[in-house]
Design a protein around this ligand. Structure first.
Ligand code: GCU
Length: 369
């Protein structure tokens, strides 16, 4: 049987850095300490993992450049929106697509939304329509519109937005996350979108970016990562499959800040592990989805990170992961949906499928997030 005792024993063997120990060595005891710890964790992850994103204020504006009243056979309104944001010195713009269910707008006025970082230009028909059928709006960001996914010396897309250093300036995960945050700026101005129920979501490398976005931007009521693995929801210590050394290679090193790649083959020296990242979404809601045969991502390490992050949620006064008795299992056979951390493991390989979406819809409905 899977019990907290077994899980804690296994976590001890991973020798994780203390999530709930302040830099001065004291244990976090209350919300005030937790606020301080949150700031410390953020600093560590900015410096050593994803890099600092620009903190200066921007003015965001969205312009609808194309509108289809009859998307998905008349069930949704689709708008192509040019999003621009600027400071007195610089600016940037990219396009994204917004789908709002017509039924939802007529009945309730405001609908909850998925801010989805996607690999494709436009959402695939199947999931797009199901999102609408389930009463959600969808803001689909084609991630390379924000910054191309290649080692281009940060010379394109958001890479040109501010000056950078090779140590702790943002990498591409930070840029994609920042793009999702600017879409959220715009959605907050829409009368048909519920800005209190915005989820940020992504699959695989974009699951990593979604976690970073939800960690930093507290307007998102829910953060969802699907099969995000190394640099996402999976603990690095004790991880199988992809390791820091793999991520540090050409092809993915540009996702992170420069300092991160120095931890290749030195995972035990990382001043954090991924439960730090997950804990930043507390006390809001977090959903982590794994796949049983996704060995590169390592579902066990994703699940354990959720368990390891739970303590932070509890210190905020909300439950993290709630285990249900699942006799004879070492991994949950049924989705764990009761706590502020939701988790499921689908049978199968690396993929974002109908079953994943179904569980995520259920979780959002159950918690009203
Ligand atoms: C590679 C990479 C992973 C990443 C995945 C993806 O497999 O090693 O870290 O999650 O690509 O984004 O598809």
């Amino acid at each position: 049987m899977m019990t907290w005792q077994d899980i804690e024993r296994e976590l001890e063997q991973r020798k994780l850095p203390g999530l709930l120990t302040l830099a001065d060595g004291r244990r976090v005891e209350d919300r005030e300490d937790m606020l301080r710890r949150r700031q410390e964790i953020k600093e560590i992850l900015c410096r050593e993992f994803a890099g600092y994103s620009p903190a200066f204020p921007v003015t965001t504006e969205g312009t609808v450049c194309n509108r289809d009243e009859n998307a998905y056979g008349g069930k949704a309104v689709r708008e192509k929106i040019i999003l621009s944001f600027r400071t007195p010195f610089n600016g940037f713009s990219f396009a994204f697509e917004l789908f709002v269910p017509r039924a939802g707008t007529a009945q309730s006025g405001k609908v909850p939304v998925f801010v989805y970082l996607g690999f494709t230009q436009t959402p695939a028909d199947g999931p797009g329509e199901e999102i609408i059928d389930n009463g959600f709006a969808l803001a689909h960001i084609s991630y390379q519109e924000v910054a191309p996914d290649k080692n281009d010396g940060f010379a394109n897309g958001l890479g040109t937005f501010c000056s950078r250093n090779p140590y702790d300036s943002w990498g591409k995960l930070g840029m994609w996350a920042y793009g999702a945050g600017r879409v959220a700026d715009y959605l907050c101005t829409r009368p048909d979108v519920d800005s209190g129920r915005m989820a940020v979501m992504g699959h695989s490398r974009l699951g990593k970016a979604a976690l970073w976005c939800g960690a930093l931007d507290e307007r998102f009521s829910l953060t969802v990562s699907n099969n995000s693995g190394g640099g996402g929801a999976a603990l690095f210590r004790g991880k199988t499959g992809e390791r820091v050394a793999n991520l540090a290679k050409e092809g993915s090193a540009h996702w992170f800040c420069g300092n991160f790649v120095n931890y290749a083959n030195r995972e035990e020296e990382l001043p954090f592990d991924q439960h730090f990242l997950l804990a930043l979404t507390a006390p809001r809601h977090l959903y982590v989805a794994s796949a049983s045969l996704d060995e590169w991502a390592d579902p066990r390490s994703e699940f354990l990170a959720c368990a390891a992050a739970s303590g932070a949620f509890e210190l905020w006064g909300v439950p993290g992961l709630i285990l249900e008795e699942q006799a004879g299992t070492t991994m949950p056979e049924h989705p764990l949906h009761q706590g502020h951390i939701g988790y499921h493991m689908r049978q199968g390989t690396h993929h974002l499928g109908r079953e994943d979406w179904k569980h995520i819809f259920e979780y959002r409905r159950l918690h009203g997030v």
